[in-house]
Each structure stands twice: as structure tokens, then as C-alpha cells.
Design a protein. Structure first.
Length: 178
């Protein structure tokens, strides 16, 4: 009888461990550098504009869009539907996305995206930037920005924590086509 109880306890332990591991959230990275993304559109007029397509995960892609010295990202889902994140609604200042995007994944499914946004807040010297982290949730019903995090010592940790809970967070603003 003791053997059966021990076997049951061991089985419950392993099943519980498997369930926790199956729900573990991990990170996968996508380069956003224009040398690693395919140029879709580009103009050389004053202020210039650029649209590049970057490889994503799970059938998703990212479009990096620049206009008037401001950049944003649009998430393109596996069905081709575009979800503009409109970073220019977060700040009116000149801005540029970081070198990579971080997908937060449950298994092979993305649940959120984290992108660094380098913002030029100094009107006198545009080269002085502050690196914010933008968190966007990805759910079957809505994809939108939920958090805009100012730099801190634990910036990356805070962004991952916000991303992992983003499904239950409200959108900062309604997304409209670019």
C-alpha cells in the first residue's frame, strides 16, 4: 500500500511540474535593423519615409515604419491583418525603435511584444535620447499597446512582467490604420 501512495505522489508531482513547464513564458527575438528587414517602401523626400518587413514568430511579421523622424511598429498577424501600434501617440518627440523586438511566448504562440523606443526629449540636442520600453498585448480579440515604461534599473524585468500580464490590461489607445 505504501508503494501505491508513493507512486501517486510522484505522478502528481511530475504532472504538476509538466503543467507549470507547459505554461512557462519564454522570449524570442526579432531584429529590427533595416539591414535585416526587407525594405517595402522608401522615399528620399524631406523627412523621408521607410517601411520595412521583419521576420517574426508563429506566422507573425513586424513592419517598422518611419516618417518625419519618428518610428513605430505594426504587428502583422498570420492572416495578414495589420495591428498598428502607433508609437507616435506615446510621444510627440523624434524617436527610433531599438535593434530588436522581444516576443513573449507561451509555447509557440506569441502573447506580447516588447520594443525599445529611443525618444529624443531634448529639443536642443536631438542626439540625447531616453530608452523607453513599449509593451503590446497579442490576443485573439485585440492587439494593442498596454504599457509605456520609463527607464529604471529593472526596466527589462518590469517590461517582461507587464507583457506576461498584458492580456488582462486595457489598451492605452485605440489602434487605427497607419
Amino acid at each position: 500500500m505504501l508503494g501505491m501512495k508513493t507512486l501517486t505522489v510522484v505522478a502528481v508531482f511530475f504532472l504538476g511540474s509538466f503543467a507549470v513547464h507547459a505554461q512557462q513564458v519564454t522570449s524570442v527575438y526579432t531584429p529590427l535593423d533595416d539591414k535585416k528587414c526587407k525594405t517595402i517602401e522608401m522615399t528620399d523626400d524631406e523627412g523621408g519615409s521607410y517601411k520595412g518587413e521583419c521576420r517574426g514568430v508563429g506566422g507573425y511579421k513586424l513592419h517598422v515604419i518611419e516618417g518625419d523622424l519618428r518610428q513605430t511598429v505594426t504587428i502583422v498577424d498570420p492572416k495578414g491583418k495589420e495591428h498598428p501600434l502607433q508609437f507616435w501617440n506615446l510621444t510627440g518627440a523624434f524617436s527610433a525603435v531599438g535593434q530588436q523586438a522581444e516576443w513573449r511566448m507561451k509555447g509557440k504562440k506569441p502573447i506580447a511584444l516588447i520594443v525599445r523606443l529611443n525618444v529624443s526629449e531634448n529639443v536642443e540636442d536631438a542626439s540625447k535620447t531616453k530608452g523607453y520600453l513599449v509593451v503590446a498585448k497579442i490576443t485573439p480579440k485585440v492587439t494593442c499597446v498596454t504599457d509605456f515604461l520609463a527607464p529604471t534599473r529593472s526596466h527589462n524585468f518590469e517590461a517582461r512582467k507587464a507583457a506576461d500580464k498584458s492580456a488582462s490590461r486595457p489598451c492605452r489607445f485605440e489602434s487605427t490604420p497607419d
